[in-house]
Design a protein. Structure first.
Length: 565
């Protein structure tokens, strides 16, 4: 049977439904059929809905973070992502309140689609920042400056690469994530900035440093004398810095001093010589030396000019300080003191150097009140000055070097001047006890060109001159001090040994250049000593005593061995 619903009945039905819907809202329950993130909460009270949602909190999604070409995938909770159940229920309540009357009726009759409210999520910014920093801490970096280095193998300056710095904008990324918590990909903005010194900028400095590293010849104006520097010696005179080429003023000054010692032709004071068994005067000679201030400026300028291959130092005339007219009559000169030494067993090269050095200083006159300098009297220890290779003490070893045997002459000269009572201005010892200076242990003086000199002051009140007598056949050298005889007596004591240290065991060094199975001794063992000698001087000033101390290192024998036979 057909049932007709009148308009009045429909109105009543609609009114009843409306009344039912309003009642559902007014009693604090969620609208029927409502879901939050897939969880059925329709018809539940707020507290019941909260309990239902708390039991079904979704698993945090995975978020991929990218920065500076790298990526990390982590759970969203590590970045401060959270589900907010209360906010989710509040969203559901608001959805319930905004439904139309017809939607409510359809919901009650089961005729409407099930409403779905997503979970409300939020982000804790502090946790987000901490999480991002933990992930990307090694991506942040300061710029790396390029650097200029000297490649010892290639013997040239090279530039190491620079790298830009990277700064991650964590705050911007965190704010982006907070605004859209459901993001599954989060990119952190990266800002790059250049290094202060880039390889491109420094290459010009390195190129200039390499161009400056060239041989440099140094001559002296008005003479044919010249010295030279190798490319590596020139390179030692400046630094190649990021800011430019910086001259090494101290090293330049030392190199300049060595070069001027080589090219200067100092004036020759008047001196004595022995002719026909008699002393005769030798006239003084003017010389020419570098004009120090102007020459140093010219040398410094040339060092820093890559186009300069030669430089001529300005010079000035060097005038002698002692003329023949001021020399005492040779007949007035008497023998004041004598020093002797022997050099048995010396090589041919060593004998050549002993003879050459003895001849160089023989006849040198030291004016009253001035200092005798052995190196100045000798001149440079160079092949041009007649010296050859021989064994010398250098770097803790006895090695082949130029001028071996010169110390035989400096030691003998020291003995003569010390015996004459002259004050010691500079005296240096050898590293270890040397057999050639026995048996007068500690009574010796080492010299080395440049910088290690023997200097004694002429306090006799009149000029003195040095005379040498070298007997190669008997391996005996004698140095005599002549002058106006003084009322002075000098007594030199034998060495007083304070302590003695035994020498170390022998050392064996492989030498591939020796024949197979061969062995050669190149150093001889010597015990170490701590000792001193004293000198007592009696003259018009009274009696005084001074002391010369020496500390010899213990020295090991060294043998070179060839390949196994």
């Amino acid at each position: 049977m057909k049932v007709w619903v009148s308009g009045l009945a429909a109105a009543v039905l609609l009114g009843g439904a409306l009344a039912m819907g309003v009642a559902a809202q007014d009693d604090g329950k969620l609208a029927p059929g409502l879901r939050v993130g897939g969880v059925e909460v329709g018809g539940l009270t707020r507290e019941a809905a909260l309990s239902a949602l708390a039991a079904h909190v979704p698993t945090p999604p995975r978020v991929t973070v990218t920065a500076g070409g790298r990526s990390w995938t982590v759970g969203a909770d590590a970045l401060g992502w959270q589900v907010d159940p209360r906010a989710s229920v509040d969203a559901a309540l608001r959805a319930s309140a905004t439904r139309t009357l017809m939607e409510r009726m359809e919901g009650m009759l089961g005729q409407a689609a099930v409403p779905e409210v997503p979970f409300v999520t939020r982000v804790d910014l502090n946790t987000t920042l901490a999480g991002l920093k933990a992930l990307t801490g090694d991506v942040n970096s300061q710029p790396k400056n390029a650097a200029i280095l000297f490649d010892k193998n290639a013997r040239r300056y090279v530039v190491t690469p620079d790298a830009p710095g990277r700064r991650l904008d964590m705050a911007a990324a965190a704010n982006t994530y907070a605004a859209s918590p459901n993001l599954t990909t989060l990119t952190i903005p990266v800002t790059e900035w250049k290094a202060q010194y880039t390889a491109q900028a420094l290459q010009a400095q390195a190129d200039l440093g390499n161009r400056l590293m060239r041989p440099l010849t140094v001559g002296l104006q008005g003479t044919g004398r010249a010295g030279s520097l190798t490319p590596l010696q020139v390179a030692d005179l400046y630094w190649v810095r990021e800011t430019g080429i910086v001259p090494d003023e101290k090293t330049i000054a030392r190199a300049f001093a060595r070069l001027t010692d080589a090219v200067d032709r100092p004036a020759q004071n008047a001196r004595y010589a022995v002719e026909g068994g008699k002393l005769v005067k030798v006239k003084e000679q003017a010389g020419r030396v570098a004009d120090r201030q102007a020459a140093l400026a010219a040398f410094r300028k040339a060092v820093l000019d890559p186009a300069a291959r030669t430089v001529t130092l300005p010079s000035r005339v060097s005038h002698p300080t002692l003329t023949a007219a001021k020399l005492p009559d040779p007949a007035q000169m008497e023998l004041i003191a004598t020093g002797t030494s022997t050099y048995y067993g010396s090589s041919r090269e060593r004998r050549i150097n002993v003879a050459n050095a003895a001849a160089k200083i023989s006849g040198v006159v030291v004016p009253a009140g001035e200092n005798f300098s052995f190196l100045q009297a000798l001149g440079s220890i160079t092949p041009d000055n007649g010296f050859v290779g021989g064994l010398i003490i250098s770097g803790g070893r006895t090695v082949d070097g130029l001028g071996g045997g010169v110390c035989q002459v400096s030691t003998t000269t020291f003995r003569a001047l010390y015996q004459a009572g002259l004050p010691v201005v500079e005296r240096n010892q050898h590293s270890y006890r040397v057999k050639y200076y026995e048996p007068q242990v500690g009574f010796e003086a080492a010299v080395y060109d440049p910088g290690v000199d023997l200097k004694m002051k002429n306090d006799t009140g009149a000029p003195i001159f040095i005379r040498t007598v070298n007997n190669d056949a008997k391996s005996r050298l004698e140095v005599q001090v002549w002058g106006v005889k003084l009322s002075r007596t000098v007594t030199v004591s034998p060495a007083t040994i304070l302590s003695r240290t035994a020498h170390p065991p022998a050392q064996y060094v492989f030498n591939p250049n020796l024949p197979a199975g061969a062995m050669r001794q190149v150093d001889w063992a010597q015990d170490g000593y701590n000792l001193y000698i004293t000198r007592t001087i009696k003259d018009a000033q009274g009696t005084r005593t001074d002391k010369v101390s020496t500390v010899y290192k213990p020295w090991q024998a060294v043998y070179e061995t060839g390949p196994r036979g």
